[in-house]
Design a protein around this ligand. Structure first.
Ligand SMILES: *Cc1c(COP(=O)(O)O)cnc(C)c1O
Length: 455
């Protein structure tokens, strides 16, 4: 362990790194890049302060290059523990998938499948066929189509049905959904003309009727999923819009956003409109996400009238928006949980929504005891979780968190985020909170270890 008098050459450092078992089989170019980057960094340090070089040894440089290689080869996208208390978090990948969905995706992803092959006839089949019957059964709609996400579903519907024509939207629903996705912009991009009716707070069926003319292609309802307007408010019901649409022979498109197949009211939440309700109320097309309250993989689901779905299927853009085989497999497995009446038990999003607060508290208490035996004081603190994902704004679920009182909760939060696996917690009143409602059942041990390491 002699301290370096001069910086080794890239070649010398690479040769030393190459001799290590940890780098066996790795392309030389990768080692050269890592060694060069490490030496550049060292030179910079030296220029800033000559004295800093005193402790540098060849061994230390080799270890640094090895660490750099591990970092380079690790995937950027990796699992994290969600202790934030927000169940559907777009930034954290939205819905965790059910055991069945994951198994189905792995089974189909690891080999060939009858994705577009009719096994009965031995000829070309349709990728959409795998999901359409299931979605018909679950929603009561005539037909169904699946694309990459709900934004794509809405975009496809507008392009296929409303290019060069007018789409009537209530002024209160010409909203931004998040991440800069704005209904007026989507309409403009699709080549349709937005016609706003009513006022921000009140829109009546007569407002829609008065705006209809020969250029009208659609009446669009957008579920204002991420905010709530209260007070002197009137929204035209979907059934009323459907009446107006039928009277004038104009289709009604309902963008539900999250969309749910199960009612939310039994769990103390505001009733979120269900897909079945929209279909029954007379919407001609209903669009919703696969990875919000449905609890499946990212997808955009479109259900509704067979003739309209057929028009969407035929549109050339469909090719650009079609879903992958693993998505179809995961979505099918997710929907089958609903079909078997097992969604609450099997789909993680619904397990989290329906977990009794007492059960979350009992988990917190168990983990607090384990942390205590590692010398870490964690209180069990009452807190509130949210459903998130642009659904049920303002609604909360009573929950419990491990609360860590430390000098700098920000610094602890950062250490947890940068740990392996990363933990995303939240800070409240100078304490770091790990809400266990959103921590998956099998992550309790890992969470305790992560907290111990981050202390
Ligand atoms: C979330 C949402 C969308 C976009 O859905 P993605 O699946 O994220 O593409 C569209 N409309 C509404 C009302 C939404 O809530």
């Amino acid at each position: 362990m002699t301290v370096l008098r001069s910086i080794p050459s890239v070649d010398r450092l690479v040769a030393t790194v190459e001799a290590r078992a940890s780098t066996s089989g790795l392309p030389r170019a990768l080692l050269v890049d890592a060694a060069r980057a490490e030496l550049d960094g060292l030179r910079k340090t030296l220029r800033a302060n000559e004295a800093d070089a005193r402790g540098v040894t060849l061994d230390a440089l080799v270890a640094a290059v090895e660490a750099r290689l591990i970092d380079t080869l690790a995937p950027s996208l990796r699992p994290v523990i969600n202790a934030s208390g927000v169940i559907i978090q777009t930034n954290l990948g939205r819905a965790p998938l059910s055991v069945d969905a994951r198994a189905a995706m792995a089974a189909v992803g690891g080999g060939y499948s009858n994705l577009e092959y009719d096994l009965e006839r031995g000829e070309r089949g349709s990728r959409n066929s795998h999901l359409s019957q299931l979605l018909r059964d679950l929603t009561g709609a005539e037909d169904a189509l699946v694309v990459n996400n709900n934004a794509a579903a809405l975009y496809l519907a507008l392009i296929a049905l409303a290019v060069g024509r007018e789409v009537i939207v209530s002024r209160g629903q010409a909203v931004e959904i998040g991440g800069g996705f704005r209904i007026p912009d989507v309409l403009r991009q699709s080549g349709a003309t937005l016609v706003e009716v009513g006022t921000t707070n009140r829109t009546y069926a007569s407002d829609y009727a008065a705006a209809i003319n020969e250029r009208t292609a659609l009446l669009l309802r957008v579920h204002t999923s991420n905010f709530r307007l209260t007070g002197f408010v009137h929204e035209t019901s979907l059934a009323e819009m459907a009446d107006v649409g039928r009277a004038h022979n104009v289709a009604v498109l309902d963008d539900l956003g999250s969309g749910t197949l199960l009612p939310t009211a039994p769990y103390g939440l505001t009733p979120e409109p269900t897909v079945q309700e929209s279909v029954a109320a007379g919407a001609d097309l209903v669009t919703f996400s696969g990875d919000k309250l449905l609890g499946g993989p990212q997808a955009g689901l479109i259900v509704g009238r067979a003739a309209l779905i057929a028009q969407l299927k035929r549109h050339p853009l469909m090719r650009a928006l079609r879903v992958d085989k693993t998505t179809i497999a995961g979505l099918t497995a997710t929907l089958q949980s609903y079909r078997r009446g097992m969604a609450l038990a099997e789909i993680p999003v619904w397990q989290m929504i329906t977990a009794p607060a007492d059960a979350v508290r009992a988990r917190c208490e168990r983990l607090a005891v384990r942390l205590m035996s590692a010398g870490i004081v964690a209180e069990v603190s009452v807190c509130e979780s949210a459903v998130g994902g642009g659904s049920l704004p303002g609604d909360t679920l009573a929950s419990y968190a491990l609360a860590l009182a430390v000098d700098s909760p920000d610094a602890l939060a950062r250490r947890l985020r940068l740990g392996q696996p990363p933990v995303v917690a939240r800070i409240s009143e100078q304490r770091l909170l790990c809400d266990l409602r959103t921590v998956l059942q099998d992550q309790d041990d890992t969470l305790v270890e992560a907290i111990c390491r981050a202390q």
